[in-house]
Design a protein. Structure first.
Length: 340
């Protein structure tokens, strides 16, 4: 048992003695092995909490033949989506007893991603979660000639590795459908950069929803995720009295759009409704508060790590090609009925 006076840490034997079981039974509980009843498992877990037992991670890893570490590859960006995905993955990994090694690539291309994956492979990680949101990364995860399990998170190229992601197309449809439901004849779009897979998926969802509704599909305006891009697009849209609704591919561009419309005297939502994408922490405090599409990055992390854990621990497990997590629409003050 942990003793602050002696400075000794609790041992597996201390746990076994308090729980009234053998040391082998405690070991089975720690390693999640079978042949332990639920009642016994709970008794052992309570004993571990009581004596503040902390297992020797290195020894446990050696006994399992694994490092108990997963690698995460991400792009070196300040964008809200990838950063939030990393936090969700890291939190979920910790909860499952994994350490996390993060590698950020500086260039969004095939060779940089391939190099990062091979580097993590050399560090003997048990598995990897790769955030690969760029079209230029296509093929980098295919046929690397290694047995380390890999799961792609957020966006990737189907057919390379199992994918866990937010349903970007559905999110765009929800935003567009929401605006059409207010009586707007069509919905204009400020798109993200063409090299991002998520940008393409959001644009595809917007276009498909308009087509299904029989509405005209205006030419989208291009952006680069920044508030400045939204501001520039807003200055152009403010000159067109036929524009009454805009779906913006992320909240930062939505902020710039709102600022431009305010400067030009266009009232939101009375003259023009706006819906963003991401639900950043600041979006509720824009003026007006921004209607947007919320991505559940905590759930993304949970599903990605759960899937990777299955691939690591079960050689017979076959993962689905793609698991999509539905986003949700958050309605605030920036969207409303079409002008009469």
């Amino acid at each position: 048992m942990s003793d602050s006076r002696s400075g000794k840490s609790a041992t597996l034997v201390d746990v076994a003695r308090l729980a009234g079981v053998s040391a082998m039974t405690v070991s089975r509980v720690l390693n999640d092995r079978g042949n332990v009843s639920r009642e016994t498992r709970l008794r052992v877990e309570r004993a571990m909490e009581q004596v503040r037992y902390r297992p020797n991670v290195m020894a446990r890893s050696l006994s399992l033949g694994r490092s108990q570490t997963i690698g995460v590859v991400t792009y070196d960006t300040a964008q809200y989506g990838p950063g939030s995905a990393v936090l969700g993955i890291e939190r979920a990994a910790r909860e499952r007893g994994y350490g996390v090694t993060i590698t950020a690539i500086a260039r969004p291309d095939h060779d940089a991603l391939r190099s990062a994956v091979l580097s993590l492979d050399d560090r003997m990680v048990d598995g990897m979660v790769v955030i690969a949101p760029f079209t230029a990364m296509a093929g980098a995860l295919r046929d690397l000639g290694r047995g380390t399990p890999v799961v792609a998170a957020e966006a990737a190229h189907q057919g390379e590795v199992p994918i866990v992601g937010i349903d970007q197309g559905l999110g765009a449809r929800l935003a567009t459908r929401h605006l059409l439901g207010f009586g707007h004849r069509t919905v204009h779009h400020i798109a993200g950069p063409i090299e991002w897979i998520e940008s393409r998926l959001r644009s595809d969802g917007w276009r498909a929803e308009l087509a299904d509704a029989g509405a005209a599909v205006p030419a989208p305006l291009g952006g680069d995720w920044t508030a400045r891009a939204g501001y520039d697009a807003g200055m152009r849209l403010a000159d067109d009295n036929s524009v009454t609704a805009v779906f913006v591919a992320n909240d930062q561009m939505g902020l710039g759009l709102l600022h431009a419309l305010h400067e030009r005297g266009v009232r939101v939502p009375q003259d023009m409704s706006v819906v963003g994408f991401d639900d950043t922490p600041e979006s509720a405090y824009f003026l007006p508060a921004l209607s947007t599409v919320r991505q559940d990055f905590a759930r993304l992390g949970e599903v990605a790590v759960e899937l990777l854990d299955r691939l690591v621990t079960d050689d017979d497990f076959v993962a689905d090609d793609k698991l999509l997590i539905p986003p949700s629409l958050v309605v605030r003050a920036s969207s409303g009925p079409a002008p009469s």
